[in-house]
Unconditional design. Structure first.
Ligand code: GLN
Length: 204
């Protein structure tokens, strides 16, 4: 039987509760992470939307360093402001990134007209509703980064190794596919990393 995964949702500010509900609907055990010590006890982390500069202020230098250590080691999914935090470089204006994803992002990159909107995009080949709220755009994709979703010509969800990000808010739409993909990533990472190669990769 599969062990229930413990997923943390960073709960410093922003819309963390919608992520909690969605993950619980999908069968995960959810912990709202308010203190860095809680990171030691979870299998994966969701960094929600909100205001990325406020996250940085609330984390402080030490919290940032602890979060960085976690996201470089364990599966993490950032949405909107969370995606901004995971990036390598951030513009408009420049600010620190955790560097877990080899992408650059531009904050608030949609013009005023489309500041916030609901549009249809494609996630893993299927149409999906996407809620954008003062969203960033991914302006550079490193060679190891896989595009999971697009809206028009723009990449709007990406994955590199055990790290995933979306510039939209899947927790605000009814479609569970994006969170399910993250839970699968947590599952696969455990297989691959927890006790070294799993038996299915071993030569008999
Ligand atoms: N505009 C916010 C930022 O730059 C992100 C908005 C969001 O998370 N919905 O951090």
């Amino acid at each position: 039987m599969l062990k229930t995964k413990k997923i943390g949702v960073l709960a410093l500010q922003g819309d963390f509760d919608a992520h909690r509900r969605r993950l619980e609907e999908l069968g995960a055990e959810v912990v709202l992470v308010k203190k860095p010590e809680q990171l030691a006890d979870i299998d994966g982390l969701v960094i929600p939307g909100g205001e990325s500069s406020t996250f940085l202020k609330l984390l402080g230098e030490e919290g940032f360093a602890q979060l960085r250590q976690f996201v470089l080691a364990k599966p993490t999914f950032g949405t909107c402001a969370g995606a901004i935090l995971l990036a390598k470089a951030v513009e408009n204006p420049p600010q620190a990134g955790l560097g877990a994803l080899d992408i650059d992002v531009v904050r608030n990159a949609y013009g005023r007209q489309r500041d916030s909107s609901i549009r249809e995009g494609t996630f893993q080949g299927a149409p999906i509703e996407m809620v954008f709220i003062r969203a960033p755009k991914i302006s550079r994709l490193g060679p190891g980064v896989e595009v999971l979703a697009t809206e028009g010509k723009d990449p709007v969800a990406v994955r590199q190794g055990k790290t995933m990000a979306a510039t939209f808010h899947p927790e605000l739409s009814g479609d569970p596919h994006v969170h399910r993909a993250f839970l699968q990533l947590v599952e696969d990472s455990e297989d691959n990393f927890r006790d070294g190669p799993s038996s299915k990769h071993r030569i008999p």
